[in-house]
Design a protein around this ligand. Structure first.
Ligand SMILES: [Zn+2]
Length: 76
């Protein structure tokens, strides 16, 4: 597994661009929202992606591994 990127919504995202990852699935109540039930991943440059639960869990795993591999200790 590549430890520099993680896959979110069919995009390979650089781990260091991730600011935070939502613990709860997205809900905004808007008609036609296609992100309901997906997990928001906030990137730098005011950009957000929405990951499936599996993608989110893989992302967290990759982030933890990336942090410990680069000597930054445990993350979250
Ligand atoms: Zn929404």
């Amino acid at each position: 597994m590549d430890s520099t990127f993680c896959l979110i919504d069919d995009k390979h995202v650089l781990l260091h661009r991730i600011l935070w990852i939502s613990e709860l699935p997205h809900f905004c109540g808007k008609d036609g929202c296609v992100f309901e039930g997906r997990y928001e991943v906030r990137l730098d440059q005011h950009e957000s992606l929405f990951a499936s639960r599996d993608e989110r869990d893989d992302c967290l795993k990759s982030l933890r591994k990336w942090r410990s591999d680069s000597g930054r200790g445990d993350w979250a």
